[in-house]
Design a binder for this molecule. Sequence first.
Ligand code: ADP
Ligand code: NI
Length: 217
Amino acid sequence: MNHQLIITNTTEFVKERLKNDATGHDWWHIHRVVNIAANLAHSEGADAFVVKLAALLHDVADWKFFEGTHAEAIAVPRNWLNSLGVEKEVTDHVCEIIENISFKGAGVATPMRTIEGKVVQDADRLDAIGAVGIARAFAYGGSKGREMFNPAVLPEMHQSFNDYKKNQGTTINHFHEKLLLLKDRMNTKNGRILALKRHEYMLGFLQQFESEWEGTN
Ligand code: ADP
Ligand code: NI
């Protein structure tokens, strides 16, 4: 199968799998990540085919909503790529990116080995910050029945993926526990430039939110 057809079929597969999601992993998140990743790939000279496949498939079995084991989760994109006859080298690379992409807590490093992985990780993280990132955080929090904010619940700097996963805090705390940390974890130059702009926007939002909280502003 040629590359274009593989991308078209994979796009349909991902759209179908994520169409009912309300936790911020819907198709439009993928659509945005694919576009950001394509731009970063261009300036970084990364392999556009690997980047596109990894961006398309990065959330098809995310730990936040997939109910099977870790091995079952990573089998989803692998089986899909195998069914299209994608070369083993490309499939292995795409699966490696998907396995390593996620944020795992403030104190946990999430290194990426290849430039293609760095690009897709930056694109995914850019979509978690800025105006869209704010919207996604409250959509996710709402879908889990979380409080928006509670001054009595303090942010935690998680030192293990397990602690991060168990966290039940407020959505405002998620900004301190993840979103505000992302600008310093970008891998690429252009990713960092975009992240800084989105970071500033979130700081303005948080300041306004806090000043409205007591009803005095
Ligand atoms: P990504 O797809 O960018 O890797 P995640 O899979 O970690 O992001 O989460 C999906 C979206 O939900 C992101 O925008 C993220 O910030 C948000 N999110 C994840 N955990 C929480 C949380 N505890 N509270 C609020 N939003 C969250
Ligand atoms: Ni994602």
